[in-house]
Design a protein around this ligand. Sequence first.
Ligand SMILES: [Zn+2]
Length: 235
Amino acid sequence: MKILAIGAHPDDLEINCYGTLAKFAARGDKVGVCVVSNGNLGHEEIAPDDLARIRLEEAKNAADIIGAEFFFAGADDLHVDPQNEKVILELARIIRGFAPDLVITHSDRDYHSDHNETYRSVFRASFAASVGHFDPDCPDPPAPSAPIYMMDNLTGVGFIPTEYVDITDYIDIKLRALACHKSQTQWMLDHDGIDFLDMAKTCSKARGYQCGVKYAEGFRPDVNYARMSASRLLP
Ligand SMILES: [Zn+2]
């Protein structure tokens, strides 16, 4: 299978679905990770242009840990918008080039507007990627609309999973990937007293209790016409 995970900011995928992505990769599937925004506003002291460079590098390093291909769709923080034609065109091109069998992204009810707009952007771009005349200059053929799975919200607020993935064997690699995001983990720890690594581990443990394994990640399929599958898609 080919799985493309699309998160709003560098670190969102690591927190909510990297155990599952590592599990896909370990069984030989092709995994791509795409961040829509460069994370340039995620620090009060590092200037936005410098931070964008640092955070994309951190996200690329995390992708390398699970052997995933890395993509960036070109938005700035707080400017993710399904009507941003430049970003939608780039996202649709990434999707056409990768031709995923499954897309994983945010739900549309998370705490950050960029997360919610990423869901809407992915919904639009993945349909646009199936329409050849949307981007006649794209070198890749149109990609059929893939099923979309929504990953957990931050700390699970308001999100009831309908499918779980046992990530017990992949919790360490998930945390190692998240630890690549030093600009975030250290900053949040020093200035807000929030330990992102502990948060991700604790939330994975709570999802694990819900389904009878040690660590898990939760998902919901985006139920829409032609986005369904007769098979279980998650590992
Ligand atoms: Zn985020």
